[in-house]
Ligand binder design. Structure first.
Ligand code: F3S
Length: 392
């Protein structure tokens, strides 16, 4: 692989142990993928930071980079951790707070922004063609598909390595020749677009190559759910969205056309009637400020949750700071709001009999904890369910 003089010096340790180790990880990954060179990135988004997922080896890795001088060379944001940063959630188990704090201190010490969210594009919307090193699969899919920026699905260790060197390898979706849609997906029934989570799961499971989704008349909040869901059930980091993905950031050479009917996605939308102690969940990916407000007004129009109903919202730290009065008011109405975390990267404080959510990604990772009893619907459907208007 071709390296610049600066990169050679980094690798030799002239910028310290942490930078040398980090660049070595990037170069080895790049060589394995056939990258001819490295590229400068403008934004790293560090994932794999939840103690609940990475445990002691992860903590030790992050701490060693911090203690040996690793510092952010580019704008860097942090994915959710495993605790509710407001400390009020009764659904999220906060017992790992001390361990998570040790990880957070090292990350913040390296100069990473403590946003603790999976929607880094809210903090810094990427521009078309920009090189990123993001490690949250849902955010990567939004960066490529909605903003036309370029990021591969990076693993947590590589995102930190990219943050403290400012580089990633030139391969995968950074190469224009690899951003080619070869399958056209066409919704055959408008109801297909009403459940973005189920549509995303279907795409992830059934389409292997980069698809182009025609008539993607879904708002931004629905798109982030669709992209998160397809990235969870498949490996999609780019879905070309007709009239949305910026032109010039992809090509279409399609030899295959697939029509999706409502019956195709119906099987992803649930397992039958739910009863008992059911958790309603909205906020995977985390709620954008505008989305939070929409849901807030929906809830205050409906009033207090019925006794026995549970609704969890997960939001970024920044949304909590902006709307803490509204969050507290929601809590008075019986809504649980967890900040800077989510049930996938943390542990639930107690068991539930079923899950109602608008997120296919949440279903993909959580269904087994609910004995596979779930309803996957849209945001309105979740609210109707927790207010007792539908049961499955
Ligand atoms: Fe975000 Fe957690 Fe979902 S990190 S995308 S809310 S699984």
């Amino acid at each position: 692989m071709y390296l610049t003089v600066e990169q050679e010096k980094m690798l030799k340790g002239e910028y310290g142990w942490a930078v040398a180790k980090a660049l070595e990880i990037i170069v080895k990954t790049g060589e394995a993928l056939g990258a001819p060179r490295l590229v400068s990135i403008v934004h790293a988004h560090v994932s794999g930071v939840s103690y609940s997922n990475i445990l002691e080896p992860g903590l030790a890795y992050i701490r060693s980079l911090f203690e040996k001088g690793g510092r952010a060379r580019v704008y860097t944001t942090i994915n959710p951790g495993c605790v509710d940063y407001s400390g009020f959630s009764e659904v999220i188990d906060n017992s790992l707070r001390g361990k998570q704090q040790a990880i957070d201190e090292a990350l913040i010490g390296m100069g990473f922004k403590p946003v603790f969210t999976c929607i880094p594009y809210y903090h810094r919307p990427p521009s078309p063609g920009e090189f990123l090193a993001w490690g949250e699969s849902s955010a990567v899919a939004v960066a490529n598909s909605v903003y036309g920026a370029s990021s591969n699905r990076e693993g947590g260790p590589l995102t930190i390595a990219a943050a403290i060197t400012g580089y990633t390898y030139y391969a995968g979706l950074h190469v224009p020749e690899n951003r080619v849609a070869s399958v056209i997906i066409e919704p055959g029934d408008p109801r297909v677009l009403d459940n973005p989570g189920a549509l995303g799961l279907w795409i992830g499971e059934n389409i292997r190559d980069i698809p182009l989704l025609k008539n993607a008349r879904i708002d931004f909040y629905g798109l982030k759910i669709l992209l998160a869901s397809s990235a969870a059930s498949g490996s999609h980091a780019l879905i070309v969205l007709e009239n949305i993905t910026p032109t010039g950031t992809f090509r279409v050479e399609a030899s295959e056309r697939v029509m999706i009917e409502y019956s195709d996605i119906e099987k992803y939308s649930g397992t039958g009637p739910l009863n008992g102690d059911v958790l309603g969940y909205i906020g995977c990916p985390h709620l954008h400020p505008g989305e939070f407000l929409e849901i807030y007004y929906h809830i205050i129009r409906r009033g207090r949750l019925p006794a026995g109903s549970k609704l969890l919202l997960t939001i970024p730290v920044e949304v909590y700071k902006m709307y803490s009065d509204k969050v507290h008011y929601l809590r008075k109405l019986g809504v649980d709001v967890a900040v800077g975390t989510c049930p996938v990267v943390s542990r639930l404080a107690r068991k539930f009999d079923g899950l109602v959510t608008n997120s296919g990604k949440a279903v993909f990772y959580l269904a087994r904890y609910f004995k596979n009893r779930y309803l996957l619907t849209n945001t309105e459907g979740v609210l109707r369910a927790v207010y007792g208007q539908i049961t499955g």
